[in-house]
Design a protein around this ligand. Structure first.
Ligand SMILES: Nc1ncnc2c1ncn2[C@@H]1O[C@H](COP(=O)(O)OP(=O)(O)OP(=O)(O)O)[C@@H](O)[C@H]1O
Ligand SMILES: [Mg+2]
Length: 299
């Protein structure tokens, strides 16, 4: 039975959200924007015979220009496998991916390189994303050179690198001559966003980009990503376990279970009126800070 002592009331949602600049008014209605990346029946099977497993199972999706989409699912649901197919690093076993409404053709090295100009990724582990033998200046200079800035003066290039670093609260002057492994995990993730600032891709795929940083830096990183989305109008595909986070930042949410999309729609639709049992479970797993804690079963 519940008593005064064993029921602790946790205060109403605190004001910490107000202290961060990540808020719901950043959402956009993108339903009329042109298609950016879409897919029909996209499937990936690993292994053969008895060991065969379907990591991504006939998924359909439509991501529009400037849309912030979250793909939410538990560990092993197929999120990274789908990301790799979107990036063109892994071929689908079945199905078709479309880029700007046309079947995506990355059948030759040249076509693949052309496609990669449009899509960039931030991974779970930032340490695996850089060539450890390249100094940070080289990492950033490569971005400028790759986007047609090769012939710019060194002065102009330094100005661009300084601007990109200050966009993510890093000081370029302190980073010159350092190697990526000399940075902290959080600095490294910010450096990855500085790269995106310089590359200005059409699509950014972010696979749990905030997993290595504390809650405060996490809000800042998300805010940077949202600013960048507003500034360049890029499509952001955000991969996460965290349905609460997906709700706060996304226009659209896709819920993935055992390789399938079990539900998708606007963030409000999916999270405030979930239909699939799996979505309901993900939501119920989020700690409810506005409800009293029932400690009646605690000895
Ligand atoms: N190269 C591979 N060979 C065989 N099986 C694989 C391979 N890559 C992934 N899998 C399997 O596919 C399934 C989906 O894996 P995936 O990495 O896509 O999940 P995820 O949703 O990204 O998980 P997490 O949230 O833990 O990152 C898992 O069962 C995994 O073991
Ligand atoms: Mg993953």
């Amino acid at each position: 039975m519940k008593t005064e002592e064993n029921t602790k009331v946790i205060p109403e949602k605190d004001n910490s959200e107000k202290n961060t600049t990540v808020s719901l008014d950043r959402r956009r209605d993108v339903s009329k924007n042109p298609l950016c990346l879409s897919g029909k029946g996209v499937t990936r099977v690993f292994g053969f015979g008895a060991k065969q497993m379907t990591a991504v199972d006939h998924v359909d999706f439509e991501f529009r220009e400037g849309e912030l989409v979250s793909i939410v699912g538990e560990s092993g649901s197929g999120k990274t496998t789908l990301s790799k197919m979107l990036l063109g690093l892994l071929a689908p076993s079945e199905g078709q991916i479309y880029f700007r409404g046309q079947p995506r053709d990355i059948s030759t090295r040249a076509k693949k390189k052309e496609y990669w100009k449009n899509i960039q990724a931030i991974f779970q582990d930032p340490f695996s994303s850089f060539n450890v033998f390249n100094k940070i200046d080289t990492v950033l200079l490569d971005c400028i050179n790759m986007t047609g800035g090769k012939s710019l003066s060194m002065e102009k290039k330094t100005e661009m690198m300084t601007e990109a670093c200050s966009f993510v609260n890093l000081k370029f002057a302190e980073l010159t001559n350092k190697y990526p492994f000399e940075l902290s995990g959080g600095q490294m993730q910010r450096l990855m966003i500085a790269r995106i600032f310089l590359l200005k891709p059409k699509i950014l795929l972010a696979d749990e980009p905030t997993s290595m940083i504390d809650a405060c830096s996490r809000a800042t990183i998300l805010d940077m990503l949202l600013n960048l989305r507003d500034e360049i109008g890029m499509t952001v595909i955000f991969i996460t376990h965290d349905i609460g986070l997906a709700y706060y930042i996304s226009d659209t949410v896709y819920i993935m279970e055992h390789g399938k999309f079990v539900e998708h729609g606007s963030a409000d639709e999916v999270i405030l009126t979930p239909k699939a049992a799996y979505t309901k479970r993900l939501i119920s797993d989020v700690p409810k800070i506005h409800e009293p804690w029932d400690l009646s079963t605690v000895e």
